[in-house]
Design a protein around this ligand. Structure first.
Ligand code: SAJ
Length: 444
């Protein structure tokens, strides 16, 4: 019996042991779905704290209930370890480690390379490896494959290798790991077949594509599409502001078109762990092929300029009442990168707080999800600080209030009532008081 047939049989009998490298917002939900499908799962983590938490039946990921982890621990389906040598026990290995950008917006592949080397150290015939981390097209074939082939094993015969992009949207109430269609492409057809066969055990719909590059590019298209369209509506916000028209009214009106239009909302800039980063993986790869991805670069410029645009609106509003920015107290409402979460990664609010401070304003913030902004080595100096309580005094005491992240928990009618000036980058006021929207950034 061939290695392919043996592994396929093992998958069919659900006797495979799955390894998940990286138990973050992608890996832990994946491990839980594998366990819920009756597969034995070993989670590999470099953090002993996370290993201990999971082995104690707990979860550090909001979308994963501790009770689900505890149940899998009780049934013996799930365990976590820092011992990477135990990868040898696994028939299927999913790599779910971060792919951040370096300071110069170049891909930081260090986590993927480290994980790949650990997998290679234990690579044996009969293993299927699936990279899930968002990365530039070619990573699976150019980085993982050569590392594995050094073990004198033949891909598609002895071991199998695929790419399957993660599509986890933290906090999404409807789309989860199990019910979100999963694209998957293997180095060879047999790789794809095995990847499809095992992922179908715990994912409702698997979408096979012809190569890892097609799968890598699928993910980048998804998020580049989003980033560029956000850049478009952000430029529309600047255009409407110069024309004295409400961009919110225009977008809402355009959104009545039942076909051929997709609504995006302008904002203070682009935050998060995916959208601001993923397109730069594609741009970087194409630069190595001497091609400039102009749409990505341009949208990136527009999105990056939005913090300065909105700070300029504050300066204009203060100027209208004869107040300089310097010495004015500005209260920023909401600093997380999007509403109703506590994640600060790449949040434009950090740039806004820093810009306000650099202009000499006393920049304060209130965010019910973010009690403190600490200096993590990437934090702009002016953003470091603690969330101030949102009470009548803080609202009345501010020379201007900026709505940067429109958390649902904030009473925007109260903000409108008590604040002298409100610069609303999210149109939260209009939605709160159901008034006709005014020009973007208009002082209220
Ligand atoms: N944003 C806007 N206007 C919009 C939409 C978003 O300014 O119309 C801003 C947000 O405020 C945030 C940033 O863009 O700062 C990213 O927002 P996001 O809604 O895209 O949220 P993310 O970063 O959590 O993106 C994730 C992505 N999921 C994966 O990569 C697996 C993305 O592909 C999803 O489309 C997105 O969630 C989603 O749909 O919620």
């Amino acid at each position: 019996m061939s290695t392919f047939d043996a592994l396929s049989d093992k998958i069919g009998q659900r006797r495979v042991t799955c390894g998940v490298v990286g138990l973050g917002y992608v890996g832990l939900p994946l491990a839980v779905e594998m366990g819920n499908a009756g597969l034995r799962v070993i989670g590999f983590e470099k953090s002993q704290r996370v290993v201990d938490l999971v082995n104690g039946g707990g979860s550090h990921i909001k979308d994963v209930a501790a009770k689900d982890v505890a149940a899998l621990r009780a049934s013996g389906k799930l365990e976590a370890t820092v011992d990477m040598s135990r990868l040898a026990e696994c028939d299927v290995i999913s790599i779910c480690v971060p792919t951040p950008l370096g300071k110069t917006k170049d891909p930081d592949m260090s986590f993927v390379v480290t994980a790949t080397e650990s997998v290679a150290d234990s690579l044996r015939p009969g293993q299927l490896v699936v990279l899930e981390s968002t990365t530039y097209p070619g990573t699976t074939r150019e980085v993982l494959l050569p590392t594995f082939e050094k073990r004198e094993l033949q891909v598609g015969e002895d071991f199998f290798l695929c790419f399957s992009p993660e599509r986890v949207d933290p906090g999404n109430p409807r789309w989860h790991t199990k019910n979100t269609p999963k694209v998957l492409g293997g180095i060879t057809e047999r790789c794809t077949k095995l990847g499809e066969q095992v992922y179908e055990l715990f994912i409702d719909e698997v979408v096979p594509v012809s190569s890892p590059e097609a799968a890598e590019l699928t993910k980048l298209l998804e998020n580049t599409f989003r980033m560029i369209n956000i850049g478009l509506v952000n430029e529309m916000a600047v255009i409407c502001d110069k024309l004295g028209v409400s961009v919110w009214e225009v977008i809402d009106a355009a959104a009545t078109k039942p076909f051929g239009f997709m609504k995006f909302s302008p904002g203070p800039g682009l935050g998060g762990h995916c959208i601001p980063l993923d397109p730069h993986y594609l741009a970087w790869k194409m630069r190595t092929l001497h091609y400039k991805t102009r749409m990505i670069e341009l949208a990136g410029e527009i999105n990056t300029e939005m913090p300065a645009f909105w700070v300029g609106k504050v300066a204009d509003a203060l100027n209208d009442v004869g107040k300089p920015m310097r010495g004015s107290r500005i209260l920023v409402l909401g600093v997380a990168y999007k509403k109703d979460i506590d994640d600060l990664r790449e949040s434009p609010a950090l740039d806004i707080l820093d810009l306000l401070s650099k202009k000499g304003a006393e920049a304060l913030y209130h965010d019910p999800y973010v009690p403190e902004i600490v200096d993590d080595g990437h934090t702009p100096d002016g953003a470091v600080g603690r969330s101030v309580p949102l009470n009548d005094d803080t609202l009345r005491g501010a020379d201007a209030v900026m709505i940067v992240t429109d958390h649902s928990a904030i009473d925007y009618e109260r903000v409108k009532r008590l604040a002298a000036i409100v610069i609303d980058s999210r149109n939260a006021l209009s939605r709160a008081v159901a008034r006709r929207p005014e020009p973007a950034g208009a002082a209220h």
